[in-house]
Write a protein that binds this ligand. Structure first.
Ligand SMILES: [Zn+2]
Length: 111
């Protein structure tokens, strides 16, 4: 055990330094250390007491609400894409029919 004032080595159970006579304070044993450690313990207890139940519950409630918007939204977009592509196919089919008819006209005109 070393003296915190002069650094002289003392017996582990020495109460006072044999070199300078200062009272030897072991870490965690001085009244000041005890007060600080009590404060640390209080704050640790406060940390342990801070519950996340409220925010978790709010998330559990928010998730279905989010899905309630996402699912119908995704269905609407999916239907819109399908609808758009089916209309595009209908347009192509009609354009092909026009080409066939124009080919018929060309065939008649060629005779
Ligand atoms: Zn000393």
């Amino acid at each position: 055990m070393f003296c915190q004032k002069c650094g002289a080595q003392n017996a582990d159970d020495a109460a006072f330094c044999n070199s300078c006579g200062t009272q030897i304070v072991r870490l965690g044993e001085s009244p000041k250390d005890k007060v600080i450690q009590a404060k640390i313990q209080t704050k640790r207890d406060q940390i342990a007491g801070i519950s996340q139940t409220g925010p978790i519950l709010l998330c559990l409630l928010g998730l279905p609400c989010l899905l309630l918007y996402i699912i119908p939204g995704a269905i609407m977009i999916g239907v819109a894409i399908w609808w758009s592509s089916s209309r595009e196919n209908e347009k192509k089919k009609l354009e092909n029919e026009i080409k066939e008819l124009q080919a018929e006209i060309a065939a008649i005109g060629g005779k």
